[in-house]
Design a protein around this ligand. Structure first.
Ligand code: AMP
Ligand code: ZN
Length: 134
C-alpha cells in the first residue's frame, strides 16, 4: 500500500516515534495523544482492519499489546489503560491500516469513553443467537 501513512511509517518514509519493533509488529506514539504514552500497535504488513487480518499477525499484535502494557506498568507505574480498536468508517476507524490504541488512563485525565446502553434489548437476546446460527 504505497500511499498508506502507516505503511510509510513502517518503511521509514514518514516520521514516527518508535516504541518497539519486531518481525511482525510496529508500535509508535500517536501523533495526537489523548494521554501520555498513547501508543499505536500495528502489523508491519498492510491489513485494513479486523476483517482481513490473518491469524499470525493478530496473534503477534496481541502479544505486543500485553508486553507493552506490562512494560508501561513496570517502568512507568501505569496501572490503568484502555486498549481500543475501531473497524470500518461507521465503527469510527479513520486510518485504514489495522491498529490498536493503548491509552494510559488516570483519575482526572479528562477523558471518558461513554456508551449508551439499551437494557430493554435483553428481550431480543434469544432471537439474536438464533439468527447468528453459530
Ligand atoms: P482511528 O480513529 O482509530 O483510526 O485512529 C487513527 C489514529 O492515528 C489517530 O489517533 C491519529 O492521531 C493517529 N495518526 C494518524 N496519523 C498518524 C501519524 N502519522 N503518526 C502517528 N499517529 C497518527
Ligand atoms: Zn498500510
Amino acid at each position: 500500500m504505497s500511499d498508506c501513512i502507516f505503511c510509510k511509517i513502517v518503511r521509514g518514509e514518514a516520521p514516527s516515534w518508535k516504541i518497539l519493533e519486531n518481525e511482525f509488529v510496529y508500535a509508535f506514539l500517536d501523533i495526537n495523544p489523548v494521554s501520555q504514552y498513547h501508543t499505536l500497535v500495528i502489523p508491519k504488513k498492510h491489513f485494513e482492519n479486523i476483517f482481513d487480518i490473518d491469524d499470525k499477525y493478530i496473534m503477534e499484535i496481541s502479544k505486543v499489546l500485553r508486553h507493552l502494557s506490562q512494560v508501561y506498568q513496570q517502568r512507568l507505574g501505569i496501572n490503568n489503560l484502555q486498549i481500543v480498536n475501531s473497524n470500518g468508517s461507521e465503527g469510527q476507524q479513520d486510518v485504514f491500516h489495522l491498529h490498536f490504541h493503548i491509552v494510559p488512563r488516570s483519575l482526572g485525565d479528562g477523558q471518558n469513553i461513554q456508551w449508551r446502553t439499551h437494557p430493554e434489548w435483553r428481550t431480543q437476546f434469544d432471537q439474536w443467537l438464533e439468527e447468528l446460527e453459530l
